[in-house]
Design a protein around this ligand. Sequence first.
Ligand code: HEC
Ligand code: HEC
Ligand code: HEC
Ligand code: HEC
Ligand code: HEC
Ligand code: HEC
Length: 321
Amino acid sequence: MSASRIARIALVTGASALVACGSSRSDSPGQGVHPVAYADPALHGADAIASLALCQGCHQSTFAGGGPLHTPSCNKCHADAGHPDWQTDCTFCHGDAARAADPGYPLVGSPAITANLAAPPSSLGTNNVVGAHVAHVVTAAMASPVQCSQCHGPSLPTNLDHVDGSVLIGWGNVASAGNVTPSPAGGNVARDQLLTCANYCHGATLAGGTDTSPSWNGPARTCTSCHGLPPPTGRHDVHVSLGMACSYCHFATATEPVGTSNVEVISSSGKALHVNGVKDVVLEPVVQGTWDPTQNGGKGGCASLCHGYGGPSANGTGWNP
Ligand code: HEC
Ligand code: HEC
Ligand code: HEC
Ligand code: HEC
Ligand code: HEC
Ligand code: HEC
């Protein structure tokens, strides 16, 4: 809520005698406690989420209105506008009810919806809070849509208790894979802060990424943001410089679209494996082999058509020098 409006309500609340008898305020909408045109959702909605408790002081704890001030009912007015269940309707304040339902997300709220609909935008905040939700939840170009629980903790809200001015950050198993402690630390962060995130997903433990602590409002990711293309590990360089595509060894994850060369994309079935917390090495079927990290005395290697079936691969020197 803007300082001026807090001051205004505080002033009136302080002058309790005036308000309590109601005699000195006009009953015309907007002419009393609140600024003119306060029925506008953009005006009162933003104030409400900034401090529901303040509203409850006069509009009653259940938002049913009445009381000594004869306040209007939030519930009735919202029901008249088509939202009888606004307190548990997860897209009433944020998200997009018209977004396609994604059955990969759990059902939340009442009426129940798939949680992906509740991800901002839109929301009543400014850009920071909206951030990269669409990239993670809706478009998800390079990986499966990311569950809310990977960033907001295991249990999603069921009522208005979470509207407390702060956003709960709680990291899931992928964000903390590889023994990474993601940042910012889990817990409540003040709403609308400019956040920078570091975690397993964005390459905290991987080699060669150029932007492994991206801003929540940063630009779209590319194939070199989180790890190198290829990463500078093991014998990536020597293989890739021979012209081998990523899909030679990451067949289940990456592909080169037909008619292209050196254009690496994540295949549609590979999205479930990419950024899942596991390095997936699956050799292209034509080389008839498997990757074995225990070969060559733990340096790793491939028993394959390329290196001679069964024998120590890469002349016995292994993947890692
Ligand atoms: C005069 C009628 C009226 C009253 C009284 C009213 N609201 Fe609203 N409110 C609306 C309408 C209409 C909407 C928009 C609903 C929609 O999106 O279809 C809305 C939307 C909201 C939103 C979401 C805003 C947004 O832009 O998405 C919040 C939050 C909200 N109201 C809180 C409250 C609270 C809390 C109270 C009581 C303290 C209250 N309202 C009282 C009419 C009212
Ligand atoms: C000091 C008591 C008080 C507080 C605090 C209060 N209201 Fe009200 N509200 C009223 C009264 C009284 C009315 C009746 C019209 C008027 O006086 O403005 C009202 C009317 C409204 C209306 C209808 C406005 C219209 O033009 O029809 C909305 C919407 C509303 N309040 C929302 C809120 C929200 C949201 C909050 C919390 C941010 C809040 N109110 C806090 C007393 C209060
Ligand atoms: C990749 C991590 C990530 C995922 C996945 C994610 N969020 Fe968020 N969310 C954030 C961050 C970070 C913020 C806080 C941004 C800020 O305050 O600057 C946030 C804030 C929010 C907010 C507050 C918006 C506001 O107006 O203050 C809502 C609502 C929200 N998320 C809902 C969801 C829902 C629902 C899902 C799942 C469909 C989801 N988020 C998935 C990271 C994520
Ligand atoms: C009255 C408005 C309102 C309703 C209704 C609402 N939210 Fe929120 N939600 C917010 C606001 C505002 C935030 C940002 C945090 C804050 O300011 O407390 C938020 C934040 C979130 C977050 C980010 C994590 C957190 O706890 O801060 C998630 C996830 C979320 N909401 C899910 C839901 C779900 C699920 C429902 C339905 C059960 C729901 N919301 C209903 C206003 C609402
Ligand atoms: C948001 C960060 C991020 C971006 C952007 C990204 N990757 Fe990855 N990538 C990862 C992570 C994390 C791994 C580690 C293995 C895992 O968890 O799936 C990985 C692993 C891989 C692997 C190994 C196979 C696997 O599934 O483990 C390939 C191949 C790959 N990425 C290709 C690409 C290509 C091609 C692009 C661009 C289209 C790209 N990556 C963009 C994060 C990213
Ligand atoms: C000759 C086989 C081969 C090719 C070709 C190959 N990789 Fe790998 N890749 C591996 C093996 C084996 C591992 C597991 C050992 C390691 O992490 O170095 C791996 C691991 C990775 C990892 C995890 C790296 C880390 O820091 O832990 C990423 C990311 C990756 N590959 C991406 C790629 C990309 C992108 C390409 C194409 C530009 C590619 N790979 C081409 C065999 C290959």
